[in-house]
Ligand binder design. Structure first.
Ligand code: 7PJ
Length: 279
């Protein structure tokens, strides 16, 4: 099946005939505040504007850490963190994604101008499918085995690529059954979410089979521990590894890469496109 070439995201249409870059914006607290304060907000906005100026096609705003081992965040705190930032960036014309699992945050974020819902839980919380279906936003469905707090405790699969693909296609079909058009759906194998190094590498290799399911694919490998395991470098020194991973993902059919280092990724992808992409 041919992949989608345009992703419908609310009032935006994202042309996927060339690879796109999603910049990561964590609106998490400064050590002296709760993430809902003016200083945190201005700092997050400055970072988002920098990523957009550097060529990010969209900005993914998250107020709850989903890193392995992270604790859940209260809904009111998450709303206080993300909504003012989404509202301002959307007013400035940006294509904004909200990184959340919570139905109430999805609804409020889209009301504030978000055009994509990025759910690492693939809309499995009660009410999440309904919340997404009540909007016109795109949805990114990510595969996660277990919950963030415990997911890295000995994850096991018989065939990781097939299990991840089957799960994502089943979630996409659940979305379509709720009235979310196919043109609004993106799939993401969820690198690092309940996966070992070997699982993550198998999933990179299997990206063409995931893309063949007929939905655009988003890949998030930026600075992840898989890259640390390969290179022996700490998170702050994984730029080169992240660029190689982004190119490897795009070469295997990913349409969107979710990254911290926007400027460098945009340059790398420009060269990749100029030389003819996958060839
Ligand atoms: C991902 C994400 C990812 C999507 C995070 C981190 C951990 N959302 N949120 N895909 N990762 N869609 O950025 O290191 O891979 S949080």
């Amino acid at each position: 099946m041919r992949g989608m070439t345009t992703l419908r995201c609310g009032r935006h249409a994202l042309d996927l005939t060339r690879p796109r870059v999603m910049g990561i914006l964590n609106v998490t607290p400064d050590s002296f505040s709760d993430g809902g304060c003016h200083f945190d907000r201005e700092r997050a906005l400055d970072h988002a504007r920098r990523m957009l100026a550097d060529g990010a096609d969209l900005v993914d705003v998250g107020g709850e850490s989903t890193r392995p081992g992270a604790a859940p965040v209260d809904e009111a705190d998450e709303l206080a963190r993300v909504i003012p930032v989404i509202d301002e960036l959307a007013r400035e014309g940006a294509l904004v994604s909200v990184d959340t699992m919570k139905p109430a945050v999805m609804r409020a974020a889209v009301a504030a101008g978000a055009a994509m819902i990025n759910d690492v839980n693939a809309l499995r919380l009660p009410g999440a499918l309904e919340a997404a279906a009540s909007t016109d936003a795109a949805v990114c469905l990510m595969h996660m085995r277990g919950a963030p707090r415990t997911m890295q405790e000995a994850p096991r699969y018989d065939d990781v690529a097939a299990e991840v693909r089957d799960f994502l296609v089943e979630r996409a079909q659940a979305c379509e059954a709720m009235g979310i058009a196919r043109e609004r759906i993106v799939l993401d194998p969820g690198f690092g979410f309940g996966k070992t190094l070997a699982h993550n590498l198998a999933l990179v290799r299997a990206l063409p089979e995931l893309a063949a399911a007929g939905y655009p694919v988003l890949a998030g490998l930026s600075r992840k521990s898989t890259l640390g395991a390969i290179t022996g470098r700490p998170a702050g020194e994984r730029l080169a590894a992240s660029l190689a991973a982004a190119l490897a993902a795009v070469a295997r059919g990913a349409s969107i890469v979710r990254v911290h280092d926007v400027r460098e990724t945009v340059d790398a992808l420009k060269v990749w496109v100029a030389v003819g992409g996958a060839g």
